[in-house]
Design a protein around this ligand. Sequence first.
Ligand SMILES: Nc1ncnc2c1ncn2[C@@H]1O[C@H](COP(=O)(O)OP(=O)(O)OP(=O)(O)O)[C@@H](O)[C@H]1O
Ligand SMILES: [Mg+2]
Length: 299
Amino acid sequence: MKRIVFFLGKGGVGKTTSSAALSFYLSRNKKTTYWVSIDPAHNLSDIVHKDLHIKTQIDDFLFAEEVDVEGYLKNFLHETTNRMKEMYKYLQIVNLENMFDLLKHSPGMEEYALMYAMKEKIEENQDFEYIIVDTPPTGLMLKILSLPFSSKMWIEKLIRWRKRIISHRAAIANINPKKIDESLALTEEDDKVLKELGYQSEYVTFLIDLLSDKSKCKMVVVLNEDAMSLSESLKIKSGLNDLGLGLDFVILNKEGLGTVSNNIEKIFDLPTIRMPYLKNAMDTNTLANMGQRLAKIVE
Ligand SMILES: Nc1ncnc2c1ncn2[C@@H]1O[C@H](COP(=O)(O)OP(=O)(O)OP(=O)(O)O)[C@@H](O)[C@H]1O
Ligand SMILES: [Mg+2]
């Protein structure tokens, strides 16, 4: 994979339309491209009029997919519950049967599932030259992007605590083996929880490395000529800066419909690409032509 591009922005500004424009432009230039939506309210299929539940070829060099977020969440919860049951089966005291319901209603689960979906889809599609990601509106997307970083901090802390537990356990077993249930691991290598934490750590590290690789990963914000989309885009810029990721390009979409366009470059201090209001913003040929303006994002 040469480049991965995230299209971010307020609801309705044209993230899907701009990501479509770049995807079709790349495909028409014979670049293998995977266009994926991780927005729970997908609308790639509105543009291509095909069911994109699974990865589907929609142009000579272009495949598209709308990640089934509900399905992912269900799978994620089932897998997590099963792994927990397996790991903690010695703990009769905890009602693991209720774990599924508890997890399902825990705050942040959708974001977690989306982070995992994003990771898996990117990893599965590394063979494409370009990956173009259409994202949900600002609040949710910033949470998804921050999750790998906050999770890594937690996982590292948990790994340290877990190692201490194992070492204390081993010390007790040394003095009196009867005090420790024989199903419990006494070494780091045998401990299933530690193994699981290691696995989780690899997961989030993959995403952190990818998102932080500025030569491959480009963050693009789309806005219109209205004060609200401008202020939300500035929040995205500072949110990305806080994560150490940074914003790379601004797309001023539907130019001419408002009044704030003159000093966008100055406001953001970033290269700005302008896209006019299109008569036929759903037509793939029109989009592929417009996509030429976006080519510099992947140069
Ligand atoms: N340059 C353009 N010219 C004309 N219409 C446009 C343009 N860009 C987007 N649109 C139209 O504006 C509407 C919103 O665009 P789009 O769905 O791409 O936005 P979005 O940011 O993906 O929205 P959401 O946050 O709901 O996913 C659509 O009807 C789309 O066809
Ligand atoms: Mg959209």
